[in-house]
Design a protein around this ligand. Structure first.
Ligand code: C2E
Ligand code: MG
Ligand code: MG
Length: 676
């Protein structure tokens, strides 16, 4: 661009220089021409001089005759005036320069001399002339007679010469004027050409500059905007945040940063595919933009995260936030699917609680986290007290992600035995285990399972965590099978996983990879998850079930599933929630409820597992109701795989011993019978 401007300046200077040069030549020629015009004028007036000499001579003659011969209106003064005129004309014409080119110089000089002599001769006669003085009249005639013809001849000669000269000058003038015309045309043409060139160059430069500016603006737009939703992006937010801060500082105002996260958006992508997810984001962005004013800044930070900068008091912020929550929770119809999402919002305030851009982002993020923990589809305003608790939770989230990618992360799968309540046999045998994950945090020690499962659920880590647990547990189960323990493995499915349409494929892949038989695997789904699931989830469960995988309804009794719904699921087993088993001894209501659940399961052809069995009373009660399986601390706490194998070995040894004792008792009895 600079180079172009340099060139333009050079062209411009050259053009101006050439024009000045042409103007100087033009000026010189003009002066020359004006000089020639003057000359030509003189020549033309010179031609008049010859004619005038003759005219004035004749006039003088006439005046003299008229005066002498008595014409009244002619006075002696008239005669003298015309004599003076003729005299001075004759003198002025009688110079060397007045001799016409065509005349013989000698002859002309003679004529002028004779004329002067004759004039001097007639002068006293004219001065003293009287009316009727025929004598003086005759003398004057005589003195001038010789000039009669010569004056005319001189006048004609002068006029002719001057006309010729004037004509040649005219020609020169014509040529000069033509030259000037050419000069003018060429300088004008040159000027126009140069100006056009400059104009074109200027236009091209302007055009190029405009194109560059458009391109720059486009590049800047792309750098600062999100291509999917056309909203600003993180970079744009940072720019605007600085502007907001500057303005707020100058005017002593405050503003808010809203961080917004679409709840369970990943499930939308997993269930309906990414094109539908993208469309949902576009529609959500449109709904959001419709809620805020043009001076508010709405951006998409990436994924399902949006941010809004807004100047308003807290009452208006609350109104805006409620409108956002309700706008985003009304259903979206995309590609024929009716999709429901919700949103969580975290809010930070400048400058009251957060006074740098980083603080604003971090604090809004903490508040968002708090909103999600508060059950989602809600909002939270950042408070200082949030920091400690949430930072701890956020730290755990990060550690959990790392733990999943790292063998030494402290995660381990524990197994809790499930025993068969056998009516006929007094002894209870382990027929299965439930895989329960444990996290031995290198810094914080054992983290309660519900705590980190909750974190995993709210952050989506649960998918990876469950996949890891399933894989580990299947590998372990195959080893036990190889060791001769034919036990069933139960694995918990997160509600989150029921939204993953690839779940059956993922499970089958684990089965193939580990060599685990499908009919030895039970997947536990919680009642609440089942209630909220869709037709697609039921189809997935059916696919799994058709391949031999059993399905159990976990924590049964805590949810709100109706019978019709229960029947629609391909369930093999109901697990009675621990809360009903715990108080069996003391609570008649719980006893009735457990009896009802067992009867229901029987009626629907399902097996029943009682959770949280801790006492002999509970065992007896449950066995009395023909409950199939028991799980609880009484039979064994969740333990690691080595402890479990040891337990299984012990049990097998015990059973072998019991068998041996029974066999020897039978032998003894047979021998006694035989001897008697
Ligand atoms: P859950 O599936 O209902 O598992 C049973 C819970 O009851 C386990 O708690 C177990 O330790 C506890 N429990 C079993 N018997 C007794 C008893 O006699 N008395 C008492 N007081 N408690 C007993 P845990 O291991 O803390 O797990 C809590 C919940 O976390 C589980 O409930 C399950 O929903 C979830 N969870 C655990 N591991 C996983 C996992 O790998 N994946 C998923 N998605 N969820 C898991
Ligand atoms: Mg369970
Ligand atoms: Mg349970």
């Amino acid at each position: 661009m600079k180079k172009q401007i340099k060139w333009l300046a050079l062209i411009y200077l050259a053009a101006v220089g050439s024009l000045l040069f042409l103007e100087v030549i033009h000026f010189k020629k003009m002066r020359n021409v004006s000089h020639q015009i003057g000359e030509s004028y003189e020549l033309i007036s010179g031609r008049d001089e010859g004619l005038r000499l003759e005219v004035e001579y004749r006039r003088f003659q006439y005046k003299v005759i008229s005066y002498v011969r008595g014409q009244d209106d002619i006075s002696h003064a008239d005669v003298l005036t015309w004599f003076d005129i003729f005299w001075s004309r004759a003198y002025s014409i009688a110079s060397e320069s007045s001799i016409p080119d065509g005349m013989d110089k000698q002859e002309a000089r003679q004529l002028f001399t004779d004329m002067r002599i004759a004039l001097k001769e007639v002068d006293p006669l004219v001065q003293n002339l009287k009316r009727g003085d025929e004598e003086s009249l005759a003398a004057i005639h005589k003195a001038l007679e010789a000039f009669d013809a010569r004056v005319t001849q001189l006048a004609v000669a002068i006029a002719q010469t001057r006309v010729d000269e004037a004509a040649s000058l005219q020609e020169k003038l014509e040529l000069a004027l033509q030259g000037i015309d050419t000069l003018l045309i060429s300088s004008t043409g040159g000027g126009i050409l140069v100006l056009s060139m400059l104009g074109i160059e200027a236009f091209r430069a302007r055009h190029a500059e405009r194109k560059i500016k458009i391109r720059e603006a486009r590049v800047r737009f792309l750098a600062e905007h999100d291509s999917l939703t056309r909203l600003g992006n993180r970079a744009y937010l940072n720019i605007k945040m600085k502007e907001f801060m500057k303005e707020a500082k100058a005017n002593d105002e405050c503003f808010h940063l809203l961080l917004l996260d679409l709840d369970k958006f990943k499930d939308v992508n997993d269930t309906f595919g990414h094109p539908t997810g993208d469309q949902l984001l576009k529609n959500a962005a449109r709904r959001l933009s419709g809620i805020f004013r043009s001076e508010d800044i709405v951006v998409r930070l990436g994924g399902d995260e949006f941010a809004i900068l807004i100047k308003a008091d807290m009452a208006n912020i609350e109104k805006a936030v409620s409108r956002v929550i309700s706008a985003l929770s009304s259903s979206f119809v995309i590609n024929g699917h009716e999709i429901h999402i919700s949103t969580s919002i975290g809010i930070s305030t400048y400058p009251d609680l957060s006074d740098t851009a980083e603080d604003l982002m971090r604090d809004a993020d903490l508040a968002l986290y708090a909103a999600k923990n508060a059950g989602r589809n809600t909002w939270a305003l950042y408070k200082h007290s949030m920091s400690v608790e949430i930072k701890h939770r956020m730290g755990l989230e990060m550690d959990l992600r790392n733990a999943l990618n790292n063998e030494a992360g402290g995660l381990e799968v524990y197994y809790q035995p499930q025993v068969l309540f056998n009516d006929k046999n007094e002894s209870l045998s382990v027929i299965g285990v439930e895989a329960l994950v444990r996290w031995f945090h290198p810094e914080h020690g054992t983290i309660p399972t519900v705590e980190f499962i909750d974190i995993a659920e709210s952050t989506g880590i649960i998918d990876d965590l469950s996949a890891w647990v399933t894989c580990q547990a299947c590998e372990d189960a195959v080893l036990w099978h190889k060791a001769g323990f034919d036990i069933n493995l139960s694995v918990n499915l997160s509600p989150h996983q029921l939204n993953n349409r690839y779940l059956p494929d993922e499970i089958f892949q684990v089965l193939r990879k580990t060599g685990m038989p499908a009919n030895k695997l039970t997947l536990e789904i919680t009642e609440s998850a089942a209630v909220h699931n869709t037709k697609a989830a039921v189809e997935m469960l059916e696919t799994l079930n058709q391949q031999g995988v059993s399905l159990a309804m976990d924590d049964f009794g805590t949810g709100y599933s109706n019978l019709g719904y229960l029947k629609s699921l391909p369930l093999d087993c109901l697990k009675i929630d621990r809360s009903f088993v715990t108080h069996l001894e003391s609570n008649e209501e719980d006893r009735k409820l457990v009896r009802g659940i067992i009867n229901l399961a029987r009626g629907m052809g399902m097996k029943v597992v009682a959770e949280g069995v801790e006492t002999e009373y509970q065992v007896e009660f449950l066995r009395g109701l023909h409950c199939d399986v028991g799980q609880g601390y009484l039979f064994g706490r969740p333990m690691n795989k080595l402890q479990l194998i040891a337990m299984l070995e012990r049990e097998r040894a015990q059973q072998n011993l019991e068998k041996a004792v029974t066999n020897s008792d039978t032998d003894k009895a047979q021998k006694t019978n035989a001897s008697s």
